[in-house]
Design a protein around this ligand. Structure first.
Ligand code: ADP
Ligand code: MG
Length: 551
């Protein structure tokens, strides 16, 4: 299954290039810093998780049709030839004994840090209904899955990185939606109806009108997420397994604003997706509404497969727009995201064909290359201090629904989450930055200078607040000293002028010339004794020699 050879390599390059072109990366050169340079590719990582038998018959009457070989590979019986097995290799294989923590720590946690770099990340659970997608993503209170673990860590990370005195102010928001029968439904606001998916000029995918809730703690997250999940569960009961027929997408956005010049801003998006069941519904004998649902699901997942193939083969057109799911995943597959696909499979023989098809899909996904880039731009009011308006503190206003996506993304900053109210106050550093931008500019240049000299120490702007204050004070003192020296120099120049005039009067020419190219102020020669530069000392100057020969 592993890709190899130069053809594969070229395909990957082409796939990534076409993905970048289609996603629009680089179209807004001014608004996306660094978009002009091609970022290094990041492969979509693929993990497979085999769940244990869940009915207690653990292989006695129904031996498993699939088994793990090592931490990356597995084999499955070949139905065409019972003497053979089909072998697959992935980035990771998690066997039936693996824990929720194993999957999280091994495949999900490592990509979270990219969000703080302003890059996107996504986690997709794929596989047939009953194979363990929801268990992997959501889990249970006893065995929490990827979603609660990722949220817990991400909120902790943003609290630390965005603490007062740190260079960036951070905020987190969440949205939760499902795609059901090609309709995008807001699970945080079920009355809102079908929403449209748009793309801004930077290639970012957006859904205007989608609720976006600020969250600063895990309790905040639960407050929004649990009722929304119950909405979905109620639907499932009423519609007989609706949840397995819809794609559930949790979107977590991390916004960052630089507290000091040059006041950059970044946005990193994390998609956590529990995909609809990948089973072949022709075999399940669905009729009526079930069949209609199945058709829609199959369209989405079928297009997902086509998108993956197009990316793999470097085709000029990638059919993202052919389904809502792939349109939404445009910046998660072959686009700007660090992606991990977790293919869930079941050991029971009745799952055999669905397991083979899930493994084949996962093997194709492994070939997709993403090119992560940093979503970074300057804040609209870059020269002003970071200050949150009342509107921002309250979260996204209702009026936001009426706004266009470009306006949302570019014209005005995304609403900041409402973290602890104390942290909303301007830090001493922010106050200082608004008072003296010139000094901050000096500090930044000093920082750059240190970096260019390969300084081993931490950059100034990431030193602890107290040390930074001390450094800033030192810079301030140096400025005063420079001012004092300048005044002294002007005084000396004035004195030289006076001396020359006196010499002229006494008809004794001297080669000491005033510094004519400098502006001489009306400073008077000093009355009291001062330490003069050597060449100005009366006794030490040979009368007819120029101590400053013309250069
Ligand atoms: P899916 O979302 O793919 O339809 P579920 O996550 O609902 O599948 O899993 C089906 C059943 O299997 C559930 O009862 C779930 O608790 C159980 N299950 C799935 N994966 C595991 C696992 N790794 N360990 C224990 N039980 C699991
Ligand atoms: Mg499920």
């Amino acid at each position: 299954m592993a890709a190899g050879g130069s053809t594969q390599q070229r395909r990957r390059e082409m796939a990534a290039a076409s993905a970048a072109a289609i996603s629009g990366a680089g179209r807004c050169r001014l608004s996306k810093i660094g978009a002009t340079r091609r970022p290094p590719p990041a492969r979509v990582r693929v993990a497979v998780r085999l769940r244990p038998f869940v009915d207690g018959t653990a292989g006695a009457s129904d031996p498993p049709c699939v088994r793990g070989m090592d931490s990356c590979s597995l084999e499955i019986a070949n139905w065409r030839n019972h003497q053979e097995t089909l072998k697959y290799q992935f980035d990771a294989f998690y066997g039936e004994r693996s824990t929720q923590q194993d999957i999280y720590a091994g495949s999900v946690q490592p990509i979270l840090r990219h969000l703080l770099e302003g890059q996107n990340a996504s986690v997709l659970a794929y596989g047939p209904t009953g194979a363990g997608k929801t268990h992997t993503m959501l889990g249970s209170p006893e065995q929490p899955g990827v979603i609660p673990r990722a949220l817990m860590d991400l909120l902790q990370l943003t609290r630390e990185e965005g603490a007062e005195g740190r260079p960036w102010a951070l905020s987190v928001t969440m949205s939760y939606l499902e795609i059901y029968q090609e309709k995008v439904l807001d699970l945080l606001d079920p009355a809102s109806g079908d929403l449209v998916i748009r793309e801004d000029c930077r290639g970012n995918i957006l859904i205007p009108g989608l609720s976006q809730k600020p969250i600063s703690s895990f309790a905040d997250f639960e407050r929004h997420f649990l009722p929304a999940s119950r909405n979905r569960t109620v639907g499932a009961t009423r519609l007989n397994q609706r949840s397995s027929r819809s794609h559930a997408v949790l979107l977590v956005k991390v916004d960052q604003r630089e507290r000091l010049a040059p006041f950059r801003q970044r946005e990193g998006k994390l998609y956590l997706i529990d995909l609809a069941g990948s089973e072949d519904n022709r075999r399940t004998g669905n009729k009526g509404l079930r069949l209609k649902e199945s058709g829609a699901i199959n369209t989405s997942l079928f297009v997902l497969g086509k998108v993956v193939d197009a990316l793999n083969q470097g085709l000029p057109r990638v059919p993202y727009r052919d389904s809502k799911l792939t349109r939404l995943l445009q910046d998660s597959l072959g686009g700007s995201a660090h992606s991990i696909l977790i293919a869930n499979i079941a050991p029971e023989r009745r799952f055999y064909l669905d397991t083979v098809s899930a493994l084949n899909f996962a093997a194709r996904s492994k070939e997709v290359i993403n090119r992560p880039f940093t979503n970074e731009s300057l804040q609209p009011h870059a020269l002003g201090p970071v200050k949150l308006s009342q509107k921002e503190l309250l979260g996204p206003p209702e009026a936001k629904r009426a706004r266009g996506p470009e306006e949302e993304e570019i014209g005005s900053p995304e609403p900041m989450a409402a973290p602890a109210s104390a942290s909303q106050k301007l830090s001493p550093l922010q106050k200082l930055s608004s008072m003296d931008p010139a000094m901050l500019e000096r500090l930044l240049s000093l920082d750059r200078l240190l970096a260019s000299q390969g300084s081993q120490g931490a950059p100034l702007l990431s030193t602890p607040k107290r040390e930074r204050m001390v450094l800033m004070k030192t810079v301030e003192e140096k400025d005063l000293e420079i001012e004092r020296l300048k005044t002294k120099q002007k005084e000396l120049e004035a004195k030289m002028l006076a001396q020359k005039a006196e010499e002229k009067e006494n008809h004794c020419p001297t080669m000491l010339r005033p510094l004519s190219h400098r502006t001489v102020t009306g400073a008077k020669p000093l009355k009291k004794a001062v330490v003069m530069p050597l060449q100005l000392r009366a006794g030490s100057i040979p009368k007819c020699r120029d101590p400053h020969p013309e250069e």
